[in-house]
Design a protein around this ligand. Sequence first.
Ligand SMILES: *Cc1c(COP(=O)(O)O)cnc(C)c1O
Length: 226
Amino acid sequence: MNSEQLVENLKKVKKGIEDFDYTLIAVSKTKPLELVKAAYDAGQLDFGENKVQDLLPKYEALPKDIHWHFIGHLQRNKVKAIAPFVHLIHSVDSLRLLKEVNKQGEKNDRVVNCLLQIHIAKEESKFGLDFQECRDILINHLKELPFVNIKGLMGMATNTENSEIVREEFRSLKLFFDSCKKEFSLPNFEAEILSLGMSQDYKIALEEGSNMIRVGSLIFGARNYA
Ligand SMILES: *Cc1c(COP(=O)(O)O)cnc(C)c1O
C-alpha cells in the first residue's frame, strides 16, 4: 500500500454515499504511522484505533489536530492513558467502565465524549450492552457522571454475508436510538451520533440511519495479524 493507492481508496469509499450526512472514521489499527500520515495529508482527520498501546505512539507522533476514536474493548486500567486526549470512545460497554471514564475525565478536568456500545449481533463474542442495560444507565446513573457526555450509540452487526440480517440489526438499533432520544433529556446525553457500519456493511448502515462509519480494510488494505 502506498499513499496514492490510499488516496484512491478513500475516494472509492466515499463514492456513492455523497447524499448521506456522515463522519468517516478511518480505522488505522495495525497500520503504520506513515499510512496514517498519508491519509491525514489527504484531508482525513478522524482515525480509529482499538488498542491503547497502539494508539498512544500514534497520538504522540502525529499532528495534534487528529481526532482519535477509540473503538475496541477498553479495560478500565487503560482509560487513564487516553482520557486526556481521546475525541470519542465508541466502546463503552459497562457501567463500571463508564464510571472510570467519568473519574479520569474529572482528573483531567475534561468531559469525555462517549458512545454506549449496544450488542446487536448474533455472535456471543461481541461486547456490548443490551437495550435494558443501556436504559438503566440513562435512567439511573448518568446524572451522577458529569464528566462523561454520551453522544450516542455504537453497534456492530453479525459478521455474515446475509445482508438482510445485517440490515435488520442496524434497523433495530436505529429504532432504539430514536426512542432513547425522545425519552431521555439529560444535559450529558446528546444522542447525535449513531456509529454503525464497517468496510463490509457501511452502505447498509447509512441507509438504515448511521451517521458515523468506521472503515478500515477498504482504506488501508487487509490487516495481517500474523
Ligand atoms: C476493525 C474495526 C472496524 C473496521 O473494520 P473493517 O472491516 O476493516 O472496515 C470497525 N469497527 C470496529 C469496532 C473495529 O474493531
